[in-house]
Design a protein around this ligand. Structure first.
Ligand SMILES: Nc1ncnc2c1ncn2[C@@H]1O[C@H](COP(=O)(O)OP(=O)(O)OP(=O)(O)O)[C@@H](O)[C@H]1O
Length: 233
């Protein structure tokens, strides 16, 4: 297993009245460093469940989740939290930025909470905001940023811990076409630059050619499909 993220025969069941609902049904998925995988499928097919399991936020009912060679199921709760913090970057649809903080401060919350020295981290944060094209907006607060800029802060924040795995849930859902495309192009670039294993849930099929591979979900099962046309990064 030389993939950064490996799901092996993963199933996830939710209680559903007297019976159970199988949100994931024997899912196998492997994503290498520097690979950008898009995950598509109809509503209710299991995409968010898969991201939550890959993010170690939910334990699968069966199967293995392996991140950077570590079998997550073998870890205690505290170790799993640590692994998530060190190896997994999560980008949700809504940036969830704190209204009172500037862009650069959004990236430093964790350091503040952990009582770490912020000076070094601040340099990293500024570099990352530069990578996502927000050099001029570092001291702005969320209400002074556009939706696309807020999503860029969200992406930079997810990269703060140098994650191995980057999990992205519909990053363009709240954006217009032009901004959506630039966000997916940015995710392509950071995947290349930071060598993350990136999984992006998306409904925007037109951006699939910017990714390396497409996985399609249906009724909790997954299949790899080919990318619609040549890669254009
Ligand atoms: N916490 C939960 N408890 C019970 N059932 C759940 C829970 N979360 C999801 N489900 C069910 O699991 C199945 C998969 O849901 P999931 O949210 O993973 O799908 P999805 O593909 O992400 O859908 P969407 O595109 O609408 O976000 C659905 O049938 C859903 O109703």
């Amino acid at each position: 297993m030389n993939s950064a993220l490996n799901l092996v025969n993963v199933s996830l069941e939710y209680p559903d009245g007297g019976s159970t609902l199988k949100a994931l049904d024997g899912v196998d998925m492997a994503v290498k460093q520097g690979e950008f995988l898009s995950l598509v499928g109809p509503s209710g097919s299991g995409k968010s469940s898969l991201l939550a399991v890959a993010a170690t936020l939910i334990n699968p009912t069966a199967g293995l989740v392996v991140i950077d060679g570590q079998d997550v199921s073998a870890l205690k709760e505290a170790e799993r939290t640590e692994l998530r913090r060190d190896k997994v970057g999560i980008i949700f649809q809504q940036p969830n930025l704190l209204p009172a903080l500037t862009a650069v401060e959004q990236l430093l919350i964790r350091e503040h909470l952990r009582g770490n020295a912020v000076k070094e981290a601040r340099r990293t944060a500024e570099d990352l905001l530069d990578v996502v094209g927000l050099t001029a907006a570092m001291l702005k607060r969320p209400h002074q940023l556009s939706g696309g800029q807020r999503q860029r802060v969200n992406i930079a924040r997810a990269l703060m811990g140098s994650p191995t795995v980057l999990l992205v849930d519909e990053p363009t859902a709240a954006l217009d076409h032009e901004r959506s495309e630039s966000i997916v192009r940015l995710l392509r670039r950071v995947t290349d630059e930071f060598r993350t294993a990136t999984v992006m849930v998306t409904h925007d099929t037109e951006f699939l050619p910017l990714t390396d591979a497409v996985a399609a979900m249906r009724d909790g099962r997954i299949s790899r499909a080919s990318v619609p046309s040549a890669q254009t990064s």
